[in-house]
Design a protein around this ligand. Structure first.
Ligand SMILES: *[C@@H]1O[C@H](CO)[C@@H](O)[C@H](O)[C@H]1NC(C)=O
Ligand SMILES: *[C@@H]1O[C@H](CO)[C@@H](O)[C@H](O)[C@H]1NC(C)=O
Ligand SMILES: *[C@@H]1O[C@H](CO)[C@@H](O)[C@H](O)[C@H]1NC(C)=O
Ligand SMILES: *[C@@H]1O[C@H](CO)[C@@H](O)[C@H](O)[C@H]1NC(C)=O
Ligand SMILES: *[C@@H]1O[C@H](CO)[C@@H](O)[C@H](O)[C@H]1NC(C)=O
Ligand SMILES: *[C@@H]1O[C@H](CO)[C@@H](O)[C@H](O)[C@H]1NC(C)=O
Ligand SMILES: *[C@@H]1O[C@H](CO)[C@@H](O)[C@H](O)[C@H]1NC(C)=O
Ligand SMILES: *[C@@H]1O[C@H](CO)[C@@H](O)[C@H](O)[C@H]1NC(C)=O
Ligand SMILES: *[C@@H]1O[C@H](CO)[C@@H](O)[C@H](O)[C@H]1NC(C)=O
Ligand SMILES: *[C@@H]1O[C@H](CO)[C@@H](O)[C@H](O)[C@H]1NC(C)=O
Length: 456
């Protein structure tokens, strides 16, 4: 992921004042139809930022922020799954396939020379979700399951034992700033993907890797299995002795959902390791991020109104992962649903912008706060649809419970562009620019991290 993205535009105060009589999105937690309608409104708004189906445009491409296409398609998958509305399925199917690239592993050559492990991983999770929701494979191209396998296969090859006893680095390429770090979203993301592949396919290799990534994570400063603190990153330079302990919802959410899949797949009992992990991470997530009114908040950037586009997406992703956790670990259902309901209602109350249901960032204010962007609409969609578990507890399917996406255990293995042995020369101004800007950001960020280091 790249951290230099422009902030979402803030509306003018005048507009805010003029929209006092605005139409709120109606969201009644006890009324299934009102939740579907709320999602229909936010998805429509989200899709006003999507041009990939227009003449001369590239399906699924967001050139400045490639990974965000996966967040958009994930929201469309959830929308179709929970409402049955097929309005956007064709764009979804075409775009999710197009960006997989020639190697079938979400390393498309237009982007592969500067994307990070987390960027690729998010696309893998979107493809995994397509398989788990029974979204039909395309008749040509790669199956959804094989795309998730392609991401897994290319990423496990990058497992790096040259420092810290293992782990994935944040970035893939040595010339990218962030190559010197191992971070939670990359490792927690691959952990979750492995757990989901294990549950879907039943293949032992995925279970082995899920266990291996978890064990490494708890041996590093990233994840504590006593306090359940999840740090953002750790440094390769000092062999992962220190942590950048910035707190973000999605770092917790990705390990939590992975643990929930492991619990469910291994037929966990109330005493087992995965139940303990789910309880610990869930408790810590609730305590840390559900602040005002039990409403989910990335407090690192929201009160100061400094969230960038990436960060606006985190709590939406986390809401989706909480919903999966509730379904896969039934003992958590009631406590998770209660938090999703307060958060969903508050998100809806933020969607009174511009007289057209535009959603804001700070849900905890329960009113429109002047922000405007695709990311705001994606996150609102995520939390609205997470509330659908109250009406439909259907678990993600597997290859033995109706899932028919075609498996390809060696997917992605032929893609020489995906191997960290290959260093592609950056040729265009755009790509060089991306790297430089990332470096500027990371330098500032490391400074901040040094300031914020606390014990895990
Ligand atoms: C809502 O209004 C804002 C401000 O005019 C505009 O930018 C946005 O595209 C509109 N949204 C929809 C869904 O029409
Ligand atoms: C693209 O999809 C949108 C729906 O999101 C639709 O309104 C529009 O007509 C489509 N454009 C083309 C060229 O298919
Ligand atoms: C729940 O969702 C699944 C998957 O979309 C669907 O097949 C099923 O009919 C839904 N069940 C109910 C009760 O709505
Ligand atoms: C890569 O760029 C070319 C040229 O613009 C375009 O035709 C192709 O669709 C792009 N592929 C992806 C995966 O974005
Ligand atoms: C590898 O990169 C080259 C150069 O960008 C490109 O032509 C080729 O299609 C890529 N191969 C795959 C499998 O993506
Ligand atoms: C796979 O399942 C989906 C959803 O149930 C269905 O639409 C599709 O036709 C099936 N595909 C095959 C090849 O059976
Ligand atoms: C917690 O992690 C450590 C490794 O850091 C491991 O030795 C220990 O067994 C784990 N505890 C539990 C309860 O899983
Ligand atoms: C979990 O239980 C199901 C149903 O009893 C069984 O088919 C499956 O093999 C079990 N899975 C594991 C990993 O033990
Ligand atoms: C796994 O999830 C399914 C679907 O919610 C649930 O019925 C089942 O009880 C879960 N397994 C365990 C061990 O809790
Ligand atoms: C959550 O953790 C706190 C300590 O941080 C503990 O007091 C509380 O009992 C825990 N709650 C649950 C439900 O485990």
């Amino acid at each position: 992921m790249h951290w230099f993205r422009a902030f979402s535009c803030r509306g003018f105060l005048a507009t805010l004042l003029l929209s006092n009589v605005a139409h709120a999105i109606n969201f009644d937690i006890s009324d299934e139809q009102s939740i579907k309608d709320a999602a229909s409104t936010s998805v429509y708004s989200m899709m006003t930022w999507y041009y990939g189906n227009e003449t001369g445009q590239i399906p699924g491409a967001f050139p400045d922020k490639w990974w965000e296409g996966s967040a958009l398609f994930l929201a469309l998958l959830q929308y179709w799954h929970f409402t049955g509305d097929t309005t956007y399925n064709s764009e979804l199917s075409i775009g999710l396939q197009w960006q997989s690239g020639d190697g079938g592993d979400y390393m498309p050559s237009n982007y592969s020379s500067y994307l990070g492990n987390d960027d690729q991983m998010f696309w893998g999770l979107a493809a995994m979700t397509a398989a788990e929701y029974g979204f039909p494979d395309r008749s040509t191209g790669f199956s959804w399951l094989s795309l998730a396998q392609g991401v897994f296969n290319t990423q496990v090859k990058r497992w790096d034992t040259s420092s810290c006893g293992g782990g994935l680095r944040w970035q893939i390429w040595p010339y990218q700033s962030g190559y010197g770090m191992k971070n939670s979203i990359s490792n927690g993301g691959l952990f979750q993907l492995s757990a989901r592949l294990a549950r879907y396919t039943g293949d032992a290799i995925y279970l082995q890797w899920a266990n291996k990534i978890w064990d490494w994570s708890v041996s590093s400063p990233l994840l504590s299995n006593t306090t359940w603190n999840v740090a953002d990153s750790t440094n390769v330079d000092n062999d992962c002795a220190t942590q950048g302990n910035a707190q973000w919802t999605y770092n917790y959410g990705t390990y939590l959902a992975g643990a929930a899949y492991m619990y469910n797949y291994t037929n966990g009992t109330t005493q087992d390791q995965w139940q303990t992990a789910v309880n610990g991470l869930l408790n810590k997530t609730f305590e840390t991020f559900f602040l005002t009114g039990n409403i989910i908040e990335d407090f690192n950037c929201e009160p100061s109104e400094t969230c960038n586009d990436n960060e606006i997406l985190f709590k939406g992703l986390t809401s989706s992962w909480l919903a999966l956790t509730a379904v896969l670990v039934p003992s958590t259902f009631d406590s998770v649903l209660a938090k999703l309901q307060t958060s969903g209602a508050a998100a809806a109350a933020s969607c009174t912008g511009h007289n057209n249901g535009t959603c804001g960032v700070r849900w905890y204010k329960s009113e429109y706060d002047g922000w405007l962007g695709m990311e705001e609409e994606i996150s609102a969609t995520n939390v609205f649809l997470a509330n659908m578990i109250n009406f439909n507890k259907t678990a993600p399917v597997t290859s033995t419970t109706g899932g028919n996406s075609t498996s390809n255990p060696t997917a992605g293995e032929d893609d020489s562009n995906a191997s960290s042995g290959k260093i592609t020369v950056i040729t265009t101004g755009d790509r060089a620019g991306a790297g430089i800007l990332t470096a500027v950001f990371v330098a500032g960020w490391i400074g901040l991290m040094g300031f914020m280091v606390v014990g895990g």
